[in-house]
Design a protein around this ligand. Sequence first.
Ligand code: HEM
Length: 156
Amino acid sequence: MLIAAILLLQASVAVPAGEDPVAPYTQSDHNAGATPFKDDRLWRDFHEEAGVSRIVDDLVSRNQSDPRISDIFKNQDLVRLRRTLKEQFCFILGGGCSYTGRDMRAAHKDMGIQRADMTALVENLQAAMRAEHVSFASQNRLLAKLAPMQREVVER
Ligand code: HEM
């Protein structure tokens, strides 16, 4: 009985194969890497929570099936990635979310991401925003917030 209880406990705290636990970090909106837009025009243009959720799900699945970068997304915690990406976009777009993820340098450390990988991801994000019918001007306003983060994401 005791052994069964211990085995059950171990199973419930076990890390799924290939997923490293996230090292402890301090939660802060500052980790999102950009300040939010003050008005909610962009948020509405992205069709609020449901729209951002569709865009992030679409982006992650495009990355997974993109031969240029799919290897980087193998064996990653994609549930967490979707959640924190939705929070990050919602925070930046003025949707009023808190961002609970890591800062961009910590999140992408030792992944060997190159500029070409960043280009591929941005193209996939553009396709996901197009599929959600986000206006071109609004797409570019989000991309302008993300562009400076390349410094933290790309390895040199
Ligand atoms: C400005 C560009 C980017 C932004 C805003 C961004 C955003 C994020 C966020 C919010 C997370 C989750 C943080 C957390 O778990 O605490 C994350 C993780 C991740 N990103 Fe990015 N990212 C960017 C570029 C890229 C690129 C270019 C790649 C690869 C092609 C990439 C691959 C990944 C992967 C695989 C993870 C999961 C890491 C893990 O769970 O340990 N990211 N990113």
